[in-house]
Design a protein around this ligand. Structure first.
Ligand SMILES: Cc1cc2nc3c(=O)[nH]c(=O)nc-3n(C[C@H](O)[C@H](O)[C@H](O)COP(=O)(O)OP(=O)(O)OC[C@H]3O[C@@H](n4cnc5c(N)ncnc54)[C@H](O)[C@@H]3O)c2cc1C
Length: 93
């Protein structure tokens, strides 16, 4: 493993990977140090939260379907395992 670098980026949040790409684009040998996950937003922040909110909104709209003249036979239920599986799949992508 290389031990000499021209630059070092600490953290792979919103800007870390972009900064690293800029540096390598200038032919600078760049190290990235990440202590845990590749960024909050994608793994535990914006992206997973928005997928959960999208599922909640689908349930909300389903329960309000009659207000829009849409007939749904049966109750609107929430399968949290599937909600989580969808969230995990979006995060994985
Ligand atoms: C639940 C939640 C929901 C959110 N929803 C939204 C939203 O809908 N819209 C929005 O705009 N923002 C949202 N945010 C905020 C958004 O996630 C952050 O603003 C964004 O991630 C900040 O980016 P960053 O690069 O500053 O830090 P981060 O994404 O946190 O990245 C920092 C990285 O550096 C690493 N690191 C830190 N210190 C060290 C070290 N000493 N050594 C090695 N690695 C280190 C960390 O492990 C991390 O991977 C949300 C945040 C949370 C928690």
């Amino acid at each position: 493993m290389a031990t000499d670098f021209d630059a070092c980026v600490i953290g792979t949040g919103q800007s870390g990977p972009a900064v690293a790409a800029r540096l390598t684009g200038q032919s600078l040998k760049t190290a990235i140090i990440e202590r845990k996950l590749f960024g909050t937003c994608v793994n535990v922040g914006c992206i997973p939260i928005k997928t959960l909110v999208a599922s909640a909104r689908a349930a909300y709209m389903g329960r309000r379907a009659a207000d829009f003249g849409v007939v749904i036979d049966g109750a609107i239920g929430i399968d949290m395992k599937r909600v989580k599986a969808r969230k995990d799949e979006v995060v994985r992508q």
